[in-house]
Design a protein around this ligand. Structure first.
Ligand SMILES: N[C@@H](CCC(=O)N[C@@H](CS)C(=O)NCC(=O)O)C(=O)O
Length: 201
């Protein structure tokens, strides 16, 4: 059994958890909570970066960065599953990059507020990151990408990024991005793992 180190709120871990479900690999992967703030947690020896998600293989290897884990799981499922082998591959990876970059910018804002006192927080930095999120949301609103029977990693990353904005920024993106909100509702209906991996507090 492989072990997936996660945190309950991590959008990157959620992306991998949804991919595990979509690929039908639930019986091969067990999730285990990690506390990335606790120096005594094994996550820092399993992954020098101390980040979730990290996938621990049965042969002792640890695989990290969510995109590398997704590539691994895609191969394990026989390939050409959540990441296309040809054709749309670059488009799907690009969609993943946009959604992940948006998530990174949202997370950096959340960290700025968590790790710095109110007096030392940089408004300039927060605005710089917020600009990335806003532009990514506008791009996603104007050019929503479809998926058919099985969501690819671009769609999964997009849903998890939006879910993180719902969780940490009170869903404020929804008002100005109605098509995107409808897209997420549809994703949530069609992919049960999305709701199943939502942070319930
Ligand atoms: N690029 C990484 C980002 C992972 C990441 O930043 N995870 C956060 C949780 S959302 C984390 O583990 N943070 C702890 C830390 O940075 O020390 C990926 O895609 O896996």
């Amino acid at each position: 059994m492989m072990i997936l180190r996660i945190s309950a709120t991590s959008p990157y871990a959620r992306k991998v958890r949804i991919a595990v479900s979509v690929l039908g690999l639930e019986d091969q992967v067990r999730a285990s909570l990690a506390d990335t703030y606790d120096p005594a947690d094994d996550i820092r020896t399993q992954n020098p970066l101390g980040k979730v998600p990290t996938l621990l293989l049965e042969d002792g290897r640890a695989i990290y960065d969510s995109l590398v884990i997704l590539e691994f799981l895609n191969d394990l499922a026989g390939g050409n599953a959540v990441i296309p082998s040809g054709g749309d591959r670059i488009n799907v990876l690009l969609a993943h990059a946009l959604a992940s970059g948006m998530t990174d910018a949202a997370l950096l804002q959340a960290y700025e507020k968590r790790w710095r006192s109110a007096e030392t927080q940089s408004d300039k930095w927060l605005e710089h990151q917020a600009g990335k999120v806003d532009r990514a949301l506008d791009e996603l609103e104007s050019a929503p990408f479809a998926w058919n029977d099985r969501p690819h990693i671009g769609a999964i990353a997009k849903a998890c990024g939006l879910g993180f904005l719902d969780l940490r920024f009170g869903g404020r993106w929804r008002g100005a991005h109605p098509k995107l909100a409808a897209w997420l509702d549809d994703f949530s209906r069609r992919v049960p793992a999305y709701e199943a991996t939502a942070f319930k507090g």
